[in-house]
Design a protein around this ligand. Structure first.
Ligand code: GLN
Length: 265
């Protein structure tokens, strides 16, 4: 649906075809006031997802607020790739770790699509975790996701490498570039976007620390920003603990997902 259709179907609580074929549809005063104020906000640059307070990701409904990044289409490829690799393993009850869950879109859709998975999902922002928790409840997977307030791995209990998968869509925009991006991005939490001077801070930390949490042959999957693949490969090479097994491109042919596996000893 385009943005106008999203707005009107939500306000009128109807399906898309009704907008075009249901001649009886009328806006109440309250509804037209909401449309008018939404248009003002949208024209000022606010993303439609924040105005409506929700979005769709991997076929699931998600609540979103200014406290969390809006789930992106590219990130669906990250989730699909993770499912492909987990399904290639002998059937088991998998444990996964998500670093920086934001709205919870990755953890919630993984749990919604795989019955045999339990997930620990971390975020440094309490507010984002609140949103992620309500999205887990909304999609009825809250019994299989443990949410943890943590700066990356720092509050995770050190245990015996239980995770088959570590997954992350880390903040990856170089700090100075953020202000130059479109107005919509400026509404999103800086914490969710800012990857430090070269945009790669979180890749360095996740690649360095995740081996302590991944089981033998465990996978690390991350989304990458435009043009970052080569440098991220180098960080992996210097770490020596992983082998890179696949780079997945997005719909615009940009190298978007990196899949690495802990080297067998
Ligand atoms: N995991 C969330 C997402 O992919 C949040 C990511 C982030 O805040 N950088 O949308």
């Amino acid at each position: 649906m385009n943005e106008a259709e999203l707005l009107f179907t939500q306000v009128l609580n109807c399906k898309r075809p009704s907008l075009y074929f249901d001649k009886g549809l009328k806006l109440s005063k309250k509804q037209s006031e909401f449309i008018a104020s939404s248009l003002k906000r949208r024209i000022a640059g606010e993303p439609i997802q924040y105005i409506l307070g929700n979005t769709e990701f991997m076929g699931f409904d998600f609540k979103v607020s200014l406290d969390c990044l809006i789930p992106r289409q590219e990130t669906e490829i990250l989730v699909e790739t993770a499912i492909k690799y987990l399904n290639s393993l002998p059937p088991a009850n998998f444990r996964a770790l998500e670093i920086g869950t934001g709205s919870g879109c990755i953890a919630v859709s993984l749990a919604g699509l795989l019955e045999n998975i339990t997930i620990t999902a971390t975020d440094i922002s309490q507010e984002a975790l609140g949103m992620a928790r309500s999205n887990a409840l909304l999609n009825k997977v809250s019994d299989r996701i443990a949410f943890l307030n943590s700066d990356l791995f720092s509050s995770l209990p050190i245990c015996d490498k239980p995770y088959a998968l570590c997954i992350s869509n880390p903040p990856y925009i170089p700090s100075k570039e953020i202000a130059r991006l479109q107005p919509e991005i400026q509404y999103e939490p800086r914490l969710a976007l800012d990857g430090g001077k070269d945009g790669l801070n979180f890749y360095r930390r996740i690649i360095a620390d995740s081996p302590d949490y991944l089981e033998n042959d465990g996978f690390l999957l991350m989304e990458m920003g435009f043009g970052q693949c080569k440098k991220i490969k180098e960080i992996f090479k210097n770490c020596k603990k992983f082998e890179i097994i696949e780079i997945v491109k997005d719909y615009s042919n940009i190298e978007r997902i990196i899949v690495a596996k802990i080297k067998s000893k």
